[in-house]
Ligand binder design. Sequence first.
Ligand code: ADP
Ligand code: ZN
Length: 610
Amino acid sequence: MTRSASEILSTVFGYDSFRGSQKQIIDHLIDGGHSLVLMPTGGGKSLCYQIPAMVRKGTGLVVSPLIALMQDQVGALLQLGVKAACLNSSLPLEEIREVESQLIRGELDILYLAPERLLQDSTLDMLDRCELSLLAIDEAHCISRWGHDFRPEYLQLDTLRQRWPQLPMLACTATADERTQQEIVSKLELGAGRVFITGFDRPNIQYRITSKDNEKKQLLDFIKGQHDGDAGIVYCLSRKRTEQFAKFLTENGLKALPYHAGLPSPVRKKNQDRFLHEDGLIVVATIAFGMGIDKPDVRFVAHMDLPKSIEAYYQETGRAGRDGLPANAWMTYGMQDVIFHARLAENSDANEQHKRSERQKLDTMLGYCETVTCRRQLLLEYFGEKLPDPCGNCDTCLEPVDTFDGTEAAQKLLSCVVRTGQRFGALYIIDVLRGSESDRIQKFGHDQLSTYGIGQEFDAWQWRSIIRQLVTHGLLAVDLEGYGGLRLTPNAKPVLQGAECVMLRKEAAAPRRAKKGKKKKASAALLLETGTEAESEANQGLFEELRELRRTIATEQEVPPYVIFHDKTLAAMAMHRPMDDEGFLQISGVGQAKLERYGEKFLSLIRQKS
Ligand code: ADP
Ligand code: ZN
């Protein structure tokens, strides 16, 4: 007996309606069509191939680049009562044999494989003897040489179209610009298929960028102010910094662990497992962490260093808030970040064309940091999407930035750079402008210059922002060989001569501290607010107890808590307080299998507290 897609949606997954274009994508695949699906993280891509794999006869193959990710997905499917398994090199031999025999007996609806495993002759031969229902390629952008995540083993997936020409194929990804999309379509020969694009917006993520002042304190203020007890990722560029920040956060009473490629692999694995299994843990990581982390309740992503491109920024920040609940993407950056990246690009072994492209990406990233308009609009524009109105959920929307005519300030600064010989860095130039009495300035005789002390109207913080903006606008260049000395570019001339104006963003005089006062919570707590304060508090209390129960069950089964139920589902239980099986099934995220497994335990807790 075959079930329909919507029946599966409600009885297995416990959801009452499809989201966005899920229905069309699913129908198209069930009918045997190919497709490329672009959907932001958390949009619900996996359902798009999981449901057709359950509707169509035979086993659906899912290619996924990361072992941790597929194990997670299989774990979640098993909880739902779906016949799923995975094959990868980390499994013990007898388990592999067991999965293979299930496969051959036609007992599996969904099989996850790493590309290199799938492409082995022995695997292909075995699959030839099975009935297959579809082929889904997850993280399909890995096939593109232009993408930021190229994986050579993905290239050979093109041989599969010839091998199984009638098998419907779905390729999906959350990040692919125009060129990457074309590459996916042509390499996988999706030619006659359809392209479904849902757009890149992640409306539940709030974007914030602040200038670097005292980075440790800024980070601590941000986490303690808005995310006490929440799970989050802090990104740094160096291994050393990840260790330093993890130590610093731990010393300040937070649960934080480092993660980088230099740690022994058992430690890495342990830290990643703890992040998945424990509530409210912070991982301080290099970019090596995150790909293939499917944790839905990451409430914040903090960047302590500038990502090298908008794509990287979008992907890293995108790991927050997969569950659709409010989440924060926060970053602090300064001149050092700019110099660091420019130097990296300059000293790389890449050819000139590649270097130019890296520099362009960095410039776009800087433009994003310094923008005075809506960040989301800019971000989406980068991916070729237009958001008609400012979003209302980024720092520049929430606290509009003032601009000012910075021509005079720019002239003072540029001429000071010229007069000191175009070899000093930002801090020194600022000292001269502000008339500092340092020995160094006297030694060079720069206290005699006409630009000495003419910049009292701004403090050092504000001058730093002005310098960054002039670098972003291409009027100043940073010497990358030496110590970050500043020099003028040809673009500076018209400004110095008064032929061109520059508009700059106004930086508040003293560094803006995190606002004290009412704690803002960006978590499920928001969903629990209702009529009176007392009721909201009671809901919150029940929610915490439901989480505790979930934690106990998850520990027993050695699975991450969100595999049992998502926060969103627990919040709905705390709000609606179902009393019987029927009511329990009404909760979004509760299907038949979960009712049978956990209904009694959760219902009795709810009854007891109501
Ligand atoms: P992606 O792979 O696109 O990042 P997922 O497939 O992991 O996203 O889905 C994100 C979350 O949204 C998951 O928790 C999933 O169960 C949930 N979800 C997907 N489709 C629906 C739907 N139609 N209704 C409610 N929740 C959904
Ligand atoms: Zn905005």
